[in-house]
Design a protein around this ligand. Structure first.
Ligand code: PLP
Length: 394
């Protein structure tokens, strides 16, 4: 017996543990000082009332013999898939119900989808990157190539036809950089993938933050995407489901390679290894897609958008270069005065007790950059922004 030795190749991530240690050490040395956390990518507002009411009534369903549910369809109940289908339609994307698979969140499916890909595939990811794309492939022994996301390309790398990639990860709006591809840029990616026979794994976890028409809510808004892309999305950020857990993955029927259908393989994979998301959670999720649910989540998203604007306006005032802030809950800024990511982290913590995330933790190109998030409360965000302004205004 031997374990999967590829696990030895996964880089240890010390990012969030180092942040936690530094904050704990600071708090121990300065008891009673409030820490203003704009680092973590978790939401802070509670679930919408329509979701809560649907969850309660689903619990009642489970208490009654006539409405009790046991195992459900692995790919999700029709009532939720119809909700997701309607959401896509509202963005001009037509999907068949069985192209939609309900998940317990984007992260699981982003990892699990690799079951349907051959081992020898070459993977292309941006640097900086959401680490899940790299680690899941490293675990499977795949070769990972990086493309540079930098200030020069606005942290939006474009296809290079001299690179032969099989699996391409695109995340837009991006974590950690907040940068979002335009529809025209995504068309170039779709054309590249179709020309190379590659597949784009498109992470749309932050699509709900997009307000500009020229940006894509879904890769399937781009002509030709159904023959080359799989899309992952989530209610985590859209509707505060980070702890409740529900998302969806779209695998188009037109995505076929060597006579093999990605949709059929993914269904086979899911029916073999997954027994579906709980009925109660799916009822709660379906409430998100009702007119009432949509109105309520819009109000929550408006709070996060206002936080993002506050931070972005502060950067504008200070003359600090950044991406995101608009169409994204993340603000990715260049550390002032040539400071390194961790140096700036310490500077903010020690002087104004603001905690962000050092960009260097997301890849080599993140060095010298820093991520702030809009998911804090408006009060904490205002206080943090006021502190940043007075600290950095020269
Ligand atoms: N994709 C990106 C880019 C994320 O930042 C996150 C979570 O922060 C996820 C996926 C995972 O989302 P979920 O909560 O749906 O698993």
């Amino acid at each position: 017996m031997h374990f999967n030795t590829h696990f030895n190749d996964i880089a240890q991530s010390y990012l969030f543990s180092t942040i936690a240690q530094k904050v704990a050490a600071y708090s121990a040395a300065h008891p009673g000082r409030e820490i203003l956390r704009l680092g973590i990518g978790d939401v802070t507002l509670p679930l919408a009332p329509a979701v809560i009411s649907a969850l309660h009534s689903a619990v009642d369903d489970m208490a009654d013999k006539s409405t009790f549910r046991g195992y459900g369809p692995e790919q999700g109940y029709d009532f939720l898939r119809e909700g997701v289908r309607g959401y896509y339609l509202s963005h001009g994307v037509e999907l068949e119900p069985d192209e939609i698979f309900i998940s317990d969140g984007a992260k699981s499916d982003i990892g699990n989808i690799l079951d349907i890909f051959g081992e020898g595939n070459t993977v292309l990811v941006p640097d900086p990157v959401y680490p899940v794309y790299v680690d899941t492939n490293t675990m499977a022994g795949r070769r990972v190539l990086y493309m540079n996301a930098t200030e020069i390309n606005g942290f939006l790398p474009m296809p290079d036809y001299s690179v032969d990639a099989d699996i391409i990860y695109l995340c837009s709006p991006n974590n950690p950089t907040g940068a979002a591809y335009s529809k025209a840029q995504l068309k170039e990616w779709v054309d590249y993938a179709n020309a190379k026979g590659a597949v784009i794994l498109y992470d749309a976890a932050y699509e709900c933050f997009i307000t500009d028409d020229g940006l894509a809510r879904s890769i399937f808004q781009i002509e030709g995407a159904k023959t080359c892309a799989v899309e992952f999305c989530s209610l985590s950020k859209t509707a505060g489901f980070t702890g409740t857990r529900c998302g969806y993955t779209v695998v188009p029927k037109a995505l076929v390679r060597d006579g093999m259908s990605a949709n059929k393989m993914w269904l086979r994979r899911q029916t073999t290894k997954f027994n579906g998301v709980s009925y109660i959670v799916q009822r709660g999720a379906a409430a998100v897609f009702t007119p009432e649910g949509m109105r309520q989540i819009a109000a929550n998203l408006a709070v996060y958008r206002a936080n993002a604007k506050l931070i972005a306006d502060c950067m504008d005032e200070l003359g600090i270069w950044y991406t995101g802030g608009k169409n994204s809950p993340y603000i990715w800024l260049r550390c002032p005065d040539g400071m390194g990511s961790w140096q700036f982290f310490d500077y903010l913590l020690e002087n104004i007790q603001v905690v962000g995330t050092p960009g260097a933790g997301f890849g080599a190109n993140g060095e010298g950059f820093f991520r702030l998030t809009a998911f804090g409360s408006p009060e904490v965000t205002k206080e943090a922004v006021a502190g940043i302004k007075s600290l950095l205004k020269k």
